[in-house]
Design a protein around this ligand. Structure first.
Ligand SMILES: [Zn+2]
Length: 260
């Protein structure tokens, strides 16, 4: 029997913006405000706990003009998960809003694609569009984690536990990976930035931060193949996720939703 996971989206920050920032081919001006939310995710079965991404901290929020709601680890604590006890963190990619706070997980292994570390430390970082969403301190910090033997590298698809696997997509960054997880309602895919918003996939109009458009477009097909239905794909930054899914309890309304 495959493990069955509870899966949570934990909102930790938000950014008020207009729609043209969210699409490569900007929509009509009257699309108007289209904010983005920032999440980390938790997948846990009776046997395993995986944290997916680690968010950013107050300093980064100030520097980049984002509104931090609470430290992502405080969100985990609301689900009785102590960051210090987490053994497995999956880093979908090395952008500042996905890998900050890695230092708050002192006992974890970080699961990362080979191609993402190569991307973040290689020739493409000479170009501002590729390095702007990275924070060099995060990247150098993750290199230190490699030397401390705390990074588990994956090259493509890999099973991390019964009922949970990672899949290389690329597109948004060279080594972006998504997480496929078995739940009571079937196979769910945490797409992270393979699709920022539902609308990116639905309209076939990618988010403008992009490394390879071919992989981005093909990646949506991969998401659809991996998930049991469109409703099993969870985009990385869509505020609609908070409306579509229920809070695990009344006191967590507006903070955490249960995706399974
Ligand atoms: Zn990103």
């Amino acid at each position: 029997m495959r493990d069955i996971y509870e899966v949570f989206a934990i909102k930790y920050a938000t950014h008020k913006r207009t729609s043209e920032l969210n699409f490569m081919d900007p929509p009509d001006i009257h699309d108007g405000p289209m904010p983005t939310d920032y999440f980390i995710w938790l997948a846990r079965s009776e046997q395993h706990t995986f944290v997916i991404d680690t968010g950013f901290n107050a300093e980064t929020a100030d520097a980049r003009g984002r509104e931090l709601i609470r430290c992502p680890t405080a969100g985990l604590a609301l689900l009785d998960v102590d960051a210090k006890d987490v053994n497995d963190v999956i880093i979908t990619h090395l952008h500042y809003d996905h890998v900050g706070n890695f230092d708050l997980f002192p006992n974890t292994r970080f699961h990362l694609q080979d191609s993402e570390m190569a991307f973040a430390t290689g020739r493409y970082m000479r170009h501002k569009p590729f390095r702007a969403p990275m924070d060099v301190e995060h990247v150098v910090g993750m290199v230190r984690q490699v030397y401390a033997e705390r990074v588990v590298f994956h090259d493509g698809d890999a099973d991390l536990a019964s009922g949970l696997s990672v899949h290389h997509i690329g597109g948004h960054t060279a080594g972006l990976q998504v997480v496929r997880v078995n739940t009571r309602r079937g196979w769910l895919v945490l797409a992270s930035d393979a699709s920022h918003l539902y609308a990116n996939m639905e309209r076939g109009n990618p988010y403008p931060i992009i490394f390879r458009e071919d992989q981005m477009l093909e990646g949506w097909q991969t998401l659809r193949r991996l998930a049991d239905s469109e409703a099993h794909i969870i985009p990385g930054h869509d505020p609609k996720v908070m409306d579509l899914y229920p809070a695990p309890s009344d006191d967590l309304r507006g903070i955490i939703v249960r995706l399974d």
